[in-house]
Design a protein around this ligand. Structure first.
Ligand code: FES
Length: 143
């Protein structure tokens, strides 16, 4: 094998790796930003269904709706955007009241919206939430 052919093969191998890396980034940006939206909070009321789905003194992540709702022991509900304030990914899980962003590892106190770990520096925006007479949870404007 000539030195020229080996050098060419190295260049092609590098291009293939760069292509793979590029796909990885693209996959990350599309998969991890499910629900990514320009507005981090609802612009219209969102019906979250049965209010009892949020456990007493617990938290529930509504990933599709990009919301996280907590309920105190005495029944007070609070809602925050579940869209990370760093680059807009949606939180993927909650562990002990800490919401995790899958993109760069930010963590938030989902009962207060406070940033617990960066790179995010801005708290999760609060979202109005209320229960209806028939026991549904409504979040967003006019809630
Ligand atoms: S988008 Fe959440 S940490 Fe970067």
């Amino acid at each position: 094998m000539s030195g020229k052919a080996a050098a060419r093969r190295t260049v092609l191998k590098g291009a293939a790796l760069a292509g793979t890396a590029g796909l990885g980034v693209a996959a990350c940006s599309t998969e991890s930003k499910v629900g990514h939206a320009k507005t981090p909070t609802p612009t219209a009321p969102v019906d979250l269904g049965d209010a009892e789905a949020v456990p007493a003194d617990g938290v529930k992540l509504y990933r599709e709706e990009r919301l996280v709702v907590s309920r105190s022991a005495d029944g007070e509900y609070k809602a925050f955007s579940a869209q990370c304030t760093h680059a807009g990914c949606v939180l993927d899980k909650i562990e002990k009241d800490e919401g995790n962003c899958p993109c760069h590892g930010s963590r938030f106190d989902v009962r207060t919206g406070e940033v617990l770990k960066g790179p995010a520096t801005v708290p999760l925006p609060k979202v109005p939430v209320r229960t209806t007479k028939d026991g549904k949870l409504i979040a967003g404007p006019d809630a």
